[in-house]
Design a binder for this molecule. Structure first.
Ligand code: SF4
Length: 215
Protein backbone atom coordinates (compact mmCIF):
# COMPACT_ATOMS: atom_id res chain seq x y z
CA UNK A 1 0.00 0.00 0.00
CA UNK A 2 1.53 3.34 -0.97
CA UNK A 3 2.42 5.78 1.78
CA UNK A 4 1.27 9.38 1.72
CA UNK A 5 4.54 10.48 0.15
CA UNK A 6 3.92 8.14 -2.80
CA UNK A 7 0.63 9.88 -3.50
CA UNK A 8 2.24 13.30 -3.70
CA UNK A 9 3.44 14.56 -7.07
CA UNK A 10 7.21 14.65 -7.44
CA UNK A 11 8.89 17.93 -6.54
CA UNK A 12 9.87 18.50 -10.16
CA UNK A 13 7.72 16.85 -12.78
CA UNK A 14 8.95 17.27 -16.34
CA UNK A 15 5.47 16.62 -17.78
CA UNK A 16 3.87 19.30 -15.59
CA UNK A 17 6.65 21.69 -16.53
CA UNK A 18 6.11 20.96 -20.23
CA UNK A 19 2.34 21.57 -19.94
CA UNK A 20 2.94 24.82 -18.06
CA UNK A 21 5.42 26.10 -20.66
CA UNK A 22 3.21 25.06 -23.59
CA UNK A 23 0.11 26.62 -22.05
CA UNK A 24 1.91 29.83 -21.16
CA UNK A 25 2.93 30.20 -24.82
CA UNK A 26 -0.67 30.02 -26.08
CA UNK A 27 -1.55 33.52 -27.30
CA UNK A 28 -5.32 33.12 -27.09
CA UNK A 29 -8.16 30.75 -26.16
CA UNK A 30 -8.36 29.03 -29.56
CA UNK A 31 -4.64 28.31 -29.62
CA UNK A 32 -4.75 26.98 -26.08
CA UNK A 33 -7.76 24.77 -26.82
CA UNK A 34 -6.18 23.31 -29.96
CA UNK A 35 -2.96 22.47 -28.11
CA UNK A 36 -4.68 21.11 -25.01
CA UNK A 37 -6.71 18.70 -27.17
CA UNK A 38 -3.45 17.00 -28.15
CA UNK A 39 -2.13 16.75 -24.59
CA UNK A 40 -0.70 13.37 -23.55
CA UNK A 41 0.83 14.39 -20.22
CA UNK A 42 -1.24 11.89 -18.18
CA UNK A 43 -0.85 8.55 -20.01
CA UNK A 44 -3.69 6.74 -18.20
CA UNK A 45 -6.20 9.53 -18.81
CA UNK A 46 -5.06 10.19 -22.36
CA UNK A 47 -5.43 6.49 -23.26
CA UNK A 48 -8.98 6.23 -21.87
CA UNK A 49 -10.52 9.56 -22.88
CA UNK A 50 -12.75 10.32 -25.84
CA UNK A 51 -12.28 14.07 -25.58
CA UNK A 52 -10.12 16.57 -23.78
CA UNK A 53 -12.83 18.76 -22.21
CA UNK A 54 -11.16 22.13 -22.55
CA UNK A 55 -14.13 24.19 -21.37
CA UNK A 56 -16.90 26.53 -22.49
CA UNK A 57 -16.44 30.26 -22.91
CA UNK A 58 -18.86 33.06 -23.84
CA UNK A 59 -19.33 33.64 -27.56
CA UNK A 60 -17.53 36.95 -27.12
CA UNK A 61 -16.01 39.16 -24.49
CA UNK A 62 -14.70 38.66 -20.98
CA UNK A 63 -16.64 36.11 -18.91
CA UNK A 64 -18.54 37.61 -15.96
CA UNK A 65 -17.49 34.59 -13.91
CA UNK A 66 -15.81 31.21 -14.27
CA UNK A 67 -17.26 28.01 -12.84
CA UNK A 68 -14.50 25.50 -12.12
CA UNK A 69 -15.27 21.85 -11.38
CA UNK A 70 -13.05 18.85 -10.69
CA UNK A 71 -12.92 16.80 -13.91
CA UNK A 72 -15.20 15.63 -16.74
CA UNK A 73 -17.63 12.76 -16.19
CA UNK A 74 -18.86 10.21 -18.72
CA UNK A 75 -21.25 12.52 -20.60
CA UNK A 76 -18.68 15.29 -20.69
CA UNK A 77 -16.09 12.86 -22.05
CA UNK A 78 -18.53 11.72 -24.76
CA UNK A 79 -19.56 15.22 -25.82
CA UNK A 80 -16.36 17.16 -25.15
CA UNK A 81 -18.25 19.78 -23.13
CA UNK A 82 -18.16 20.51 -19.38
CA UNK A 83 -21.14 20.02 -17.06
CA UNK A 84 -23.60 18.54 -19.53
CA UNK A 85 -24.58 15.38 -17.65
CA UNK A 86 -26.81 15.08 -14.57
CA UNK A 87 -24.59 17.42 -12.58
CA UNK A 88 -24.69 19.91 -15.43
CA UNK A 89 -28.49 19.80 -15.61
CA UNK A 90 -28.74 20.56 -11.89
CA UNK A 91 -26.10 23.26 -12.18
CA UNK A 92 -28.05 24.90 -15.01
CA UNK A 93 -31.24 24.76 -12.94
CA UNK A 94 -29.58 26.33 -9.91
CA UNK A 95 -27.77 28.96 -12.00
CA UNK A 96 -31.07 29.97 -13.57
CA UNK A 97 -32.70 30.07 -10.12
CA UNK A 98 -29.96 32.44 -8.95
CA UNK A 99 -30.38 34.64 -12.02
CA UNK A 100 -26.98 33.74 -13.47
CA UNK A 101 -26.69 33.23 -17.21
CA UNK A 102 -24.35 30.29 -17.88
CA UNK A 103 -23.62 31.64 -21.35
CA UNK A 104 -22.08 34.79 -19.87
CA UNK A 105 -19.54 32.76 -17.89
CA UNK A 106 -16.76 30.30 -18.56
CA UNK A 107 -17.15 26.68 -17.49
CA UNK A 108 -13.89 24.88 -16.75
CA UNK A 109 -12.43 21.95 -14.83
CA UNK A 110 -9.21 21.53 -12.87
CA UNK A 111 -8.47 18.35 -14.84
CA UNK A 112 -9.48 18.24 -18.50
CA UNK A 113 -9.63 14.47 -19.11
CA UNK A 114 -12.03 12.04 -17.45
CA UNK A 115 -10.42 9.86 -14.79
CA UNK A 116 -11.45 6.22 -15.47
CA UNK A 117 -14.51 5.20 -13.48
CA UNK A 118 -14.90 8.81 -12.33
CA UNK A 119 -12.23 8.30 -9.70
CA UNK A 120 -10.78 11.36 -8.01
CA UNK A 121 -7.92 12.81 -10.06
CA UNK A 122 -4.48 11.93 -8.69
CA UNK A 123 -2.31 14.72 -7.34
CA UNK A 124 0.14 14.27 -10.19
CA UNK A 125 -2.71 14.67 -12.75
CA UNK A 126 -3.91 17.84 -11.05
CA UNK A 127 -0.34 19.16 -11.04
CA UNK A 128 0.11 18.37 -14.74
CA UNK A 129 -3.22 19.88 -15.80
CA UNK A 130 -2.75 23.00 -13.69
CA UNK A 131 -0.75 24.72 -16.41
CA UNK A 132 -3.81 24.68 -18.68
CA UNK A 133 -6.14 26.11 -16.03
CA UNK A 134 -3.65 28.80 -14.98
CA UNK A 135 -3.33 30.01 -18.58
CA UNK A 136 -7.09 29.78 -19.14
CA UNK A 137 -7.64 32.09 -16.18
CA UNK A 138 -4.98 34.49 -17.45
CA UNK A 139 -6.49 34.62 -20.94
CA UNK A 140 -10.14 34.81 -19.84
CA UNK A 141 -9.53 37.02 -16.80
CA UNK A 142 -12.88 36.38 -15.06
CA UNK A 143 -13.37 38.75 -12.10
CA UNK A 144 -15.21 36.05 -10.16
CA UNK A 145 -14.50 32.32 -9.87
CA UNK A 146 -16.87 29.75 -8.40
CA UNK A 147 -14.95 26.64 -7.34
CA UNK A 148 -17.38 23.70 -7.36
CA UNK A 149 -16.39 20.99 -4.89
CA UNK A 150 -13.37 20.36 -2.72
CA UNK A 151 -10.87 19.59 -5.51
CA UNK A 152 -11.48 22.96 -7.16
CA UNK A 153 -11.66 24.77 -3.82
CA UNK A 154 -8.31 23.25 -2.84
CA UNK A 155 -6.77 24.27 -6.15
CA UNK A 156 -7.54 27.91 -5.42
CA UNK A 157 -7.43 28.11 -1.63
CA UNK A 158 -4.82 25.55 -0.60
CA UNK A 159 -4.47 21.94 0.44
CA UNK A 160 -5.93 22.39 3.92
CA UNK A 161 -9.18 23.89 2.70
CA UNK A 162 -12.32 22.75 4.50
CA UNK A 163 -15.30 23.51 2.29
CA UNK A 164 -17.70 24.18 5.15
CA UNK A 165 -15.35 26.82 6.53
CA UNK A 166 -14.61 28.74 3.34
CA UNK A 167 -17.96 28.79 1.55
CA UNK A 168 -20.43 31.65 1.73
CA UNK A 169 -17.98 34.49 1.15
CA UNK A 170 -15.43 35.59 -1.47
CA UNK A 171 -11.68 35.01 -1.08
CA UNK A 172 -9.24 37.16 -3.02
CA UNK A 173 -6.87 35.05 -5.12
CA UNK A 174 -4.66 36.72 -7.74
CA UNK A 175 -7.01 39.70 -7.87
CA UNK A 176 -10.15 37.60 -8.34
CA UNK A 177 -13.03 36.93 -5.99
CA UNK A 178 -13.03 33.16 -5.50
CA UNK A 179 -16.14 31.54 -4.03
CA UNK A 180 -16.02 27.90 -3.02
CA UNK A 181 -19.15 25.80 -2.80
CA UNK A 182 -20.49 22.27 -3.19
CA UNK A 183 -20.15 20.32 -6.40
CA UNK A 184 -23.53 19.60 -8.04
CA UNK A 185 -22.78 15.87 -7.80
CA UNK A 186 -22.80 16.22 -3.99
CA UNK A 187 -26.14 18.01 -4.25
CA UNK A 188 -27.47 15.06 -6.26
CA UNK A 189 -25.99 12.49 -3.88
CA UNK A 190 -27.58 14.05 -0.79
CA UNK A 191 -30.94 14.57 -2.52
CA UNK A 192 -33.24 17.54 -3.10
CA UNK A 193 -33.60 18.24 0.61
CA UNK A 194 -29.93 17.75 1.47
CA UNK A 195 -27.62 20.45 2.77
CA UNK A 196 -25.31 20.52 -0.29
CA UNK A 197 -28.13 21.45 -2.67
CA UNK A 198 -29.39 24.22 -0.38
CA UNK A 199 -25.82 25.42 0.18
CA UNK A 200 -25.01 25.44 -3.54
CA UNK A 201 -28.21 27.34 -4.34
CA UNK A 202 -27.51 29.88 -1.57
CA UNK A 203 -23.90 30.36 -2.67
CA UNK A 204 -24.87 30.89 -6.32
CA UNK A 205 -27.45 33.45 -5.19
CA UNK A 206 -24.72 35.20 -3.16
CA UNK A 207 -22.43 35.20 -6.20
CA UNK A 208 -25.20 36.71 -8.33
CA UNK A 209 -25.74 39.41 -5.71
CA UNK A 210 -21.99 40.07 -5.56
CA UNK A 211 -21.86 40.46 -9.35
CA UNK A 212 -24.84 42.82 -9.34
CA UNK A 213 -23.20 45.01 -6.70
CA UNK A 214 -19.90 45.03 -8.59
CA UNK A 215 -21.52 45.98 -11.92
S1 SF4 B 1 -5.67 15.65 -17.72
FE1 SF4 B 1 -4.76 17.59 -18.45
S2 SF4 B 1 -2.53 17.31 -18.31
FE2 SF4 B 1 -3.51 15.25 -18.19
S3 SF4 B 1 -3.53 14.49 -20.35
FE3 SF4 B 1 -5.51 15.52 -19.96
S4 SF4 B 1 -5.19 17.66 -20.67
FE4 SF4 B 1 -3.16 16.74 -20.40
Amino acid sequence: MPGVAALRPPRFDAAADEVARTAAAAPDWDALAATARECLACPELAAARQHVVVGDVPAQGRPRFALVGEAPGATEDQTGRPFVGRSGALLDELLAGAGLDRASGAVLNVVKCRPPGNRTPKAVEVARCSGWLRRQLELLDPPVVVALGLSAATWFLGARTVLGRVRGRPHEVDGRAVWATYHPSAAIRFGPNGAPRAGLAADLAAVADFLRRAA
